[in-house]
Design a protein around this ligand. Structure first.
Ligand code: PMP
Ligand code: GLU
Length: 417
């Protein structure tokens, strides 16, 4: 008998976003005219000054191991950004850890916050407003968490209310995830809404003294609906239990570089970073050494490029929303940030394609759209909650591709009977 694999890995839910992205790439490589709206990554190239900083460091011989959580200068540059741009007081480089992408940061943070439950002990909970990005729940479960979904709706703007949060918080609560702007819904919380959630967290401290807030702000720069991005980590009453996660992937078009970071002020922040350093010290050590100067250049000099890309995403958001609204049987809300449209396709459940394929779910819809119309999107089931009625369409692509894709989608929906 060949060796078996651990149940940890065989029971782990694979990332559907990564799977869809890979599937579309493979079909394209095989010469198929696939239009991919699956990948959650900017189509832009990394701005040149950022590339030059890495090239310079590589040529200067910055090719050795470095401190596990990052070059002190890069950690300080991130702390400075979070203090000045996000209003998170009291952060120093020592409160910041650099990881190989925000996903890696989240992996490490979950490992630091959760334990595998011991026999007879209650499992600690991750409170997760859903629909939510596909990786939060598996990363938490891998660390021993029980995921408690808090359902949101299109009518409620896909946002958790203070009353819902209050009802969800209990003695077993260990972490709450917030993600504004949101992948996959494009929803954003206003400052007032985040302050109201912060108030609930502060008021329930005696119920859940161990509750940490993980706020994933990776799309903070991709906003276009007049709602300014706000960091809940800047609210003093709860600041020292808020871990802000971010990275360079989306804002600076650097998905392949693998740079993410997390930060938390105060004494807990220092302990958390020590924990993260222990995990990463047994896992990856530092990220690629010659990337550190590029982080500093991106954060220090990247604003004009970020704005150029943001403006492009704003135009694409308008275009795709208009085109989707014109397709009968789809319900779409306007995204406010990130680069995803998240239409409800459930009105066509029960119909069949011209090839006779029944559409009973978002997964069926996405599969048939790829097979019969060569358009790749992500089915919404794995985002949780009402996500099963939706598909996610990444519009991080040209307006020409958006128009071509929307023609295919409209024809596909029109062909259903
Ligand atoms: N958080 C969210 C909400 C995301 O959409 C992504 C996309 N990959 C990540 C985290 C992880 O990004 P990365 O690992 O590239 O920094
Ligand atoms: N975050 C992107 C997405 O949601 C990239 C893939 C992933 O890491 O999930 O599509």
């Amino acid at each position: 008998m060949p060796p078996s694999l651990s149940s940890r890995v065989t029971s782990l839910q694979p990332s559907v976003t990564v799977a869809c992205m890979n599937r579309a790439m493979a079909l394209k490589a095989a010469g198929k005219d696939v239009l991919s709206f699956a990948a959650g990554e900017p189509d832009f190239d990394t701005p040149d000054p950022i590339k030059q900083a890495a090239i310079g460091a590589l040529q200067a011989g910055q090719t050795k191991y470095m401190p596990t959580l990052g070059d002190p200068a890069a950690r300080s540059a991130i702390a400075e950004k979070l203090v000045n741009e996000n209003g998170i007081a009291g952060l120093t480089g020592n409160h910041v850890g650099i990881s190989a992408g925000a996903k890696h940061a989240l992996f490490g943070l979950m490992q630091c916050l959760f334990d595998q439950p011991k026999a007879g002990e209650a499992q600690r909970e991750l409170l997760l407003p859903v629909p939510a990005w596909v990786s939060y729940a598996p990363l938490a479960e891998l660390a021993g968490a029980k995921v408690v979904e808090i359902p949101t709706t299109p009518e409620g703007g896909f946002k958790v209310t203070p009353a819902q949060l209050k009802a969800a918080i209990g003695p077993k609560s260990r972490a709450l995830i917030l993600n504004s702007p949101s992948n996959p819904t494009g929803a954003m919380y206003s400052e007032a809404e985040l302050r109201a959630l912060a108030k609930v967290i502060a008021e329930t401290e005696s119920v859940a003294p161990d509750l940490a807030v993980i706020t994933d702000e990776i799309y903070e720069k991709i906003v276009y609906a007049g709602v300014p991005h706000f960091s809940i980590g800047s609210v003093p009453e709860i600041a020292e239990r808020v871990v802000t996660v971010n990275g360079l992937s989306k804002a600076f078009a650097m998905t392949g570089w693998r740079v993410g970071y997390s930060a938390c002020p105060g004494e807990f922040g220092l302990r958390l970073m020590k924990g993260l350093a222990t995990i990463q010290g047994q896992m990856t050590t530092n990220i690629t050494s010659f990337v550190y100067p590029a982080i500093r250049v991106a954060l220090g000099e990247g604003a004009a490029d970020v704005e150029r890309m943001r403006a492009a995403f704003a135009g694409r958001a308008r275009l795709i929303t208009e085109r989707l609204q014109a397709i009968p049987n789809l319900e779409v809300t306007s995204p406010q940030g990130a680069f995803y449209a998240f239409p409800d396709v459930s009105q066509v459940f029960g119909m069949v394609t011209p090839n006779g394929t029944p559409i009973g779910s978002a997964l069926d819809f996405a599969d048939a759209l790829l097979d019969e119309s060569l358009m790749a999107v992500v089915p919404g089931e794995d985002f949780g909650g009402c996500g099963g009625n939706h598909i996610r369409i990444s519009f991080a692509c040209s307006e020409a591709q958006i128009n071509k894709g929307m023609d295919r989608l409209a024809a596909f929906v029109d062909g259903l009977r």
